[in-house]
Design a protein around this ligand. Sequence first.
Ligand SMILES: [Zn+2]
Length: 131
Amino acid sequence: MQVVDTLTPCPCGNHSGYTRCCGPLHEGGIAQTAEALMRSRYSAYVLKREDYLLATWHPSTRPASLKLAAQHPAPSWLGLDVKRHEEDGESATVEFVARLRYGGGKAQRMHEISRFVRELGRWYYLDGHFP
Ligand SMILES: [Zn+2]
């Protein structure tokens, strides 16, 4: 387990801190919006919570494994910027830019438009594409 200082911003950038933002979702809480789920998934990448990423991935598109621990060089996540969040009933779209760096490389931008679906009150990541 990685220890997170609750005084620092949440890994997703929320200044209210991990224990009031993505932490409760990582412990099984229900994301109220697709954006909240998306932010918690970004934080899960930062914290290498592969279990959480798989659990919030829709079964129809979920990979068997992400092998985050085997990534070399491992990415350093530098920040998240949510551009757009649209919910329409049980489906939602979140557009975001995540910044990351591999090893000592240059910072890169990952711009993704993700789709989410809600089933039995829980949001799941469905898929994403790069505009
Ligand atoms: Zn957060």
